[in-house]
Design a protein around this ligand. Structure first.
Ligand code: PEP
Ligand code: MN
Length: 337
């Protein structure tokens, strides 16, 4: 349920409505827009139906939220959410590029790649320490050691770091070493994990499941917000279709669609979306043109030797060149980079 206030509603009127909502056992969330304030109310909506909130001074109208997801919906919060990561704002006018290797392999390699992507203009360093590999015989990641390397790379470069959390038991160490917690495609519907990161103070990047609809994806994000963490960034990373020439099919529709349905920022990952480094530049530019708030790109200084996702990893020099091209696309659509 959302309570839309009149543009001229006063602070004391807002306070009065908020305390009324609380007194009937519901949770109000205030969203202050440029023009007007909206109070979202989550809980047993029947309780509100018997309360004539429309007649309260300052109230313009009371409407149900029709979408199955509530807190993530644009109706609930019309203004864009901007997630702050160490002063880097995700979801604002400036695009944010997260780049780095698929997996942390060694400290020396990580640092070299980190320096490379920083020089190219990336602002957040990515790298997996816990890797969700299709085969149990593939490199599974360095685990806690990898997290320590990420934290050290942050110290040396000043770049905040993002890494994937796969298991609830690792939440504490991931929180200790990372600035953003990544929930990967394979865990998008791991509801216990979602609830737990919902209680975390760290921002969460939620990747779309490879067979998930946009509705399912937003409902997964809802789990995180519902548990108190509003710092959620969505990431489109490609879905499974009948096409086999590319690793996945990057669903670019999702970008403007998410923008209309939700206030959360959305990034695009053209590396997993295509599976081929040669296709990454075009899809990265398409993502920016479509309105994405940033990109997640895999970069490796020796892709042919990478322990995971080498075929989709860009060389640092190619990444830097792409950043220059992206800047021009960003300006063309009224964004900065
Ligand atoms: C990754 O970012 O390296 C990754 C495993 O991504 P996804 O969960 O999208 O497959
Ligand atoms: Mn990868």
């Amino acid at each position: 349920m959302i309570i839309v206030l009149k543009p001229e509603a006063t602070e004391s009127q807002i306070k009065h409505i908020v305390s009324r909502v609380k007194s009937i056992g519901l949770k109000p969330m205030i969203s202050r827009g440029v023009e007007r304030t909206i109070i979202g109310v989550i809980g047993e909506e029947d309780l509100l139906r018997v309360q004539p909130l429309e007649v309260y001074p300052g109230v313009e109208k009371v409407m149900p939220i029709l979408a199955p997801y509530k807190l993530v919906s644009r109706e609930f919060k019309p203004a864009d959410t901007v997630v702050d990561v160490d002063g880097i704002r995700i979801g604002g006018k400036r695009l944010v590029v997260m780049a780095g290797p698929c997996a942390v392999e060694s400290f020396e390699l990580l640092l070299a790649i980190a320096k490379g992507v920083k020089k190219g203009g990336a602002s957040i360093l990515r790298g997996g320490a816990f890797k969700p590999r299709t085969s149990p015989y593939s490199f599974q990641g360095l685990g806690e050691e990898g997290l320590k390397y990420l934290a050290e790379a942050k110290k040396r470069t000043g770049m905040p770091v993002i890494t994937e959390l796969m298991d609830l038991r690792d939440l504490e160490i991931v929180e200790r070493h990372a600035d953003v917690i990544q929930i990967g495609a394979r865990n998008m519907q791991n509801f216990d994990l979602l609830k737990e990161v919902g209680r975390s103070k760290k921002p969460v990047l939620l990747k779309r499941g490879m067979a998930a609809t946009v509705k399912e994806w937003l409902l997964s994000a809802e789990y995180i917000l519902q548990n108190g963490n509003f710092n959620v960034i969505l990431c489109e990373r490609g879905i499974r279709t009948f096409e086999t020439e590319t690793r996945f099919t990057l669903d670019m529709n999702a970008v403007p669609l998410i923008k209309s349905l939700s206030h959360l920022p959305i990034l695009v990952d053209p590396s997993h979306g295509t599976g081929r480094w040669g296709l990454v530049p075009s899809m990265a530019k398409a993502a920016v043109a479509a309105g994405a708030d940033g990109l997640l790109i895999e970069v490796h200084s020796k892709p042919e030797e990478a322990l995971s996702d080498g075929p989709q990893s860009m060389l640092p020099e190619k990444f830097a060149k792409l950043m220059g091209e992206l800047r021009r696309v960003a300006h063309a659509v009224g964004r900065e980079l």
